[in-house]
Design a protein around this ligand. Structure first.
Ligand SMILES: Cc1cc2nc3c(=O)[nH]c(=O)nc-3n(C[C@H](O)[C@H](O)[C@H](O)COP(=O)(O)O)c2cc1C
Length: 418
């Protein structure tokens, strides 16, 4: 399956002859399973019509003068947050210059400046424009700012000349973009990730559950797979379709989850616990459906084992990452949990109800905001905050942080034991 499957891609089209090839690129992105939104500069509309891209992408095209009234009037921010990746193809010399210098004078340049998504550009221009020192230094500035540059290729040009500056062929653009989602940061490492809620049976038809959707855990599993890890995903009941990981284990109760974790943990390098595991289970599960005969009904609950502590307390243990879904004192509770449970890292998120100044995040939302703390030798060592963003983007950023911390930890351990 393409790494573009399920990804949100903004395709930025600028004013160049190669803009006609972007129609094919749109089609190929959609065939690869991506959801595509097209943003055109005013100059681009002189070369190709928006109608083509609207028909191919199945969505209205955005321009500088797009009607923002249907949304919040913040189209650049919405698109910036929505995108997993932005690809500007073709990228004109003019737009490259603007992007290189942080200009934000149209929708495309503004949303690029406002986005934390993966950003790529495919230069396309006459060979003299391409060879110009300003263009060369602008491209360098962009790659220094972590933009991926695709091409250009050389060959015959629309202007009749032969040389470097042609936009890469669509199939090459597609494979280059696919490659951007494969970081290789966790290449060959074994990860065990838990996700979703657990259900604790009351009787054959009823259970105690929680509001976890599994979204964050599934996004992390997908990001870890894309980073080259061998992922075992152990999931409580979730209506989401599981990512294509190496091993997927469906469980229901906390007890089943614990068994699945402990039998998978031996050769595991990194354990990430995102599951919302029930703290308690019903002591005596009724064999038959409980009838509505009494005015009051009491359930006797027994404490479940703490799975993450069981993993963290092993003699030979993986790098252990926990999640703390909190409704109050989020950071403080997370810091305490990190040290109390001897975790290597904890990822705190606020799951209290949404309000005007706090949009819908956490359980059941596509968005989240994370506050991450990590420890070394039982002491708090560092922290980082990831502001409100889509869970897929946060998952990739978190995987990068975990990969870096895991490497630092391993080299420190090697030094200590040398
Ligand atoms: C016929 C024609 C073809 C052009 N082809 C290109 C091109 O291939 N690459 C490029 O960088 N600029 C090209 N330009 C110049 C851009 O269209 C011009 O710089 C424009 O301002 C780009 O605006 P934009 O970056 O906002 O899309 C061409 C202009 C014309 C009139």
């Amino acid at each position: 399956m393409s790494t573009l499957n399920g990804k949100n891609i903004v395709l930025g089209i600028t004013g160049g002859i190669a803009a006609y090839k972007s129609a094919d690129l749109t089609r190929r992105l959609i065939e690869a399973g991506a959801d595509v939104r097209v943003v055109m500069t005013t100059a681009a509309t002189e070369f190709v019509t928006a109608m083509t891209f609207q028909a191919l992408s199945g969505h209205p095209v955005f321009f500088d003068n797009s009607d923002d009234t249907e949304a919040s009037g913040m189209k650049h921010i919405e698109l910036a947050r929505w995108a997993d990746a932005i690809i500007v193809a073709p990228a004109s010399a003019n737009t490259i210059a603007k992007l290189a210098h942080g200009r934000a004078d149209n929708l495309l340049t503004t949303l690029c400046l406002a986005s934390e998504a993966i950003k790529c550009f495919a230069p396309a221009m006459n060979r003299v424009m391409w060879d110009d020192l300003s263009t060369q230094s602008n491209c360098k500035r962009l790659t220094d700012k972590n933009w991926f540059q695709f091409g250009p290729a050389s060959g015959s040009q629309a202007c009749g000349e032969i040389g470097e500056g042609r936009m890469l062929e669509v199939s090459d653009l597609l494979s280059s973009l696919e490659h951007c989602f494969k970081s290789g940061e966790l290449q060959g490492l074994n990860l065990v990730i838990t996700a979703g809620p657990t259900y604790e049976a009351i009787d054959p038809v009823r259970f105690i559950g929680n509001r976890s959707s599994g979204r964050m855990g599934y996004a992390i599993a997908d990001a870890a797979r894309e980073a080259g890890a061998n992922v075992t995903l152990i999931s409580g009941p979730s209506h989401l379709s599981p990512p294509e990981v190496k091993r997927f284990v469906a469980v229901e109760s906390a007890d089943e989850m614990q068994q699945a974790v402990m039998s998978s943990i031996k050769s595991c390098h990194i354990y990430i616990s995102t599951a919302a595991v029930s703290d308690y289970r019903v002591a005596d599960v009724a064999r038959q459906k409980i009838k509505k005969t009494e005015d009051r009904l009491s359930l006797n609950l027994t404490k479940n084992d703490d799975i993450i502590s069981a993993v963290a307390n092993q003699q030979v243990r993986p790098y252990v990452v926990g999640f703390a879904a909190e409704t109050e004192n989020v950071a403080e509770n997370a810091r305490q949990k990190l040290l109390r449970k001897k975790l290597d890292m904890i990822v705190a998120n606020d799951v209290s109800e949404s309000s005007a100044d706090k949009p819908d995040i956490g359980f059941n939302s596509d968005y989240n905001a994370l506050h991450i703390f990590w420890s070394s030798k039982g002491q708090l060592e560092g922290e980082q905050q990831f502001e409100l963003a889509r869970k897929t983007l946060l998952a990739r950023k978190l995987i990068t942080l975990i990969a870096n911390r895991f490497r630092d930890n391993s080299s420190q351990h090697a030094k200590d034991t040398a």
